[in-house]
Write a protein that binds this ligand. Structure first.
Ligand code: MLC
Length: 350
């Protein structure tokens, strides 16, 4: 399990397992994974490693939080506290990402409008998902007119406070065959995972060394003997637009510095046709953190669930990529670019 902000407890997974009557149990291993928003993807890697090393046949990964139910002042205080010592003004997390966005604008020429295009595109996707919080597509003008949170960050660009939970069972292939009696194709494999760490807070002078997603993606690709060309769907963490832009570059969808233009091309196409087919922009088709919703450390799990829906052809007529994707890449980011975890799901060498 990953930690909760709304109901913080020591050793969250032990609390959960005890309350569910699963502990004490001699063969049960319980672990709380704390890599911030990367937690669900780190957990997939941990589950895979536990199974590959023969410790167990099945692992449940559980993420839940209720930060929308929190009083907004209490949320702000606790969120600020999570980056205590960073010296960032309140709200500290949006300001931290904002600093990185400003750096990217200066260094790579990303425009304010290109940042705003990220949630604008995802609002169109979210409107097709029955569980997404954003029910109505919006445009760049609306993003830029929404209340300012930090110098180049407005409300519609922020991870949206939400209550929510998601769980996933990871099983060995032999256990799956024995107990579920279904062909393996109905359940995507965790082909590989990669992880890397950045600093706890953005340093006073930001440079390329801040980012760790590149390293995490490289490990995942090398382990899988695959490249970005083998991926048909991407769930890339987008707590703020800069996180998504940087992820596009990190996983190799475009060269470093070109993500703003990459997004702008998609936005122009969407604006010209009124919509994008899922295969035309196969990213965060559930709507991502700003538009689907972001219960603190849960959202990367929503990316995994969308990837599973896509890979198994169960995303429904509005969102399903056709033909059905073979492989997906999911990326979770923790802290302010402090932790990166990447997993490749689907067909592959595993
Ligand atoms: C907020 N609102 C949105 C929205 N975000 N509406 C549409 N889309 C969005 N993305 C709306 C709320 O629903 C509310 O509407 C109003 O804006 C005010 O938001 P609030 O949260 O109720 O109160 P406020 O104190 O004004 O704070 C606004 C905020 C805050 C943007 C500063 O929501 C915030 O800090 N968001 C970011 C959360 C965050 O940092 N998550 C972690 C990301 S980092 P109404 O109608 O009710 O008034 C990460 C990595 C990691 O994921 O490791 O954690």
């Amino acid at each position: 399990a990953v930690p909760s902000l709304s109901n913080p407890t020591f050793m969250q997974a032990h609390q959960l397992a005890t309350r569910m009557g699963l502990l004490p149990h001699k063969r049960m291993i319980v672990r709380t994974i704390d890599t911030g928003g990367a937690g669900p993807i780190t957990s997939l890697g941990t589950a895979r490693n536990m199974i590959l090393s023969g410790w167990t046949d099945t692992v449940a990964v559980v993420a839940s939080d209720a930060v929308l139910s929190m009083d907004r002042e209490a949320f702000r205080a606790r969120a600020d506290e999570s980056v205590r010592g960073s010296g960032l003004p309140s709200p500290a997390i949006p300001h931290g990402y904002d600093r990185v966005a400003q750096w990217h604008m200066r260094r790579h020429g990303v425009t304010r409008e290109q940042l705003a295009m990220v949630p604008a595109i995802f609002s169109h996707f979210a409107a097709r998902h029955p569980d997404a919080m954003c029910r109505r597509p919006f445009g760049v003008d609306e993003v830029l007119a929404s209340p300012r949170v930090a110098p180049v960050t407005n409300v519609l660009e922020c991870a949206r406070r939400a209550d929510g939970a998601a769980a996933l069972v990871v099983a060995s292939s032999s256990h799956f065959r024995r107990h579920f009696g279904k062909p393996l194709e109905l359940c995507p494999a965790i082909v590989s995972t990669g992880e890397a760490s950045g600093p706890l807070y953005p340093p006073a002078e930001i440079d390329e060394d801040l980012f760790s997603c590149e390293r995490a993606a490289r490990i995942a690709f090398e382990t899988a003997q695959l490249s970005v060309r083998d991926i048909d769907f991407f769930a890339l963490y987008d707590c703020f637009p800069i996180c998504f832009l940087r992820a596009l570059e990190a996983v190799g969808c475009c060269p470093v510095g070109d993500a703003g233009e990459f997004v702008e091309r998609a936005w122009r196409k969407l604006s010209a046709h009124g919509a994008l087919a899922p295969a035309e922009f196969p990213f965060n088709l559930h709507g991502g953190l700003a538009c689907f919703g972001a219960p603190w450390e849960v959202p990367a799990m929503y990316g995994v669930l969308e990837a599973v829906a896509q890979l198994t052809g169960r995303a429904g007529p509005d969102r399903q990529i056709a033909p059905k994707p073979r492989r997906a890449l999911v990326y979770g980011n923790g802290g302010i670019f402090s932790a990166s975890a990447v997993a490749v799901l689907g067909d592959g060498v595993y």
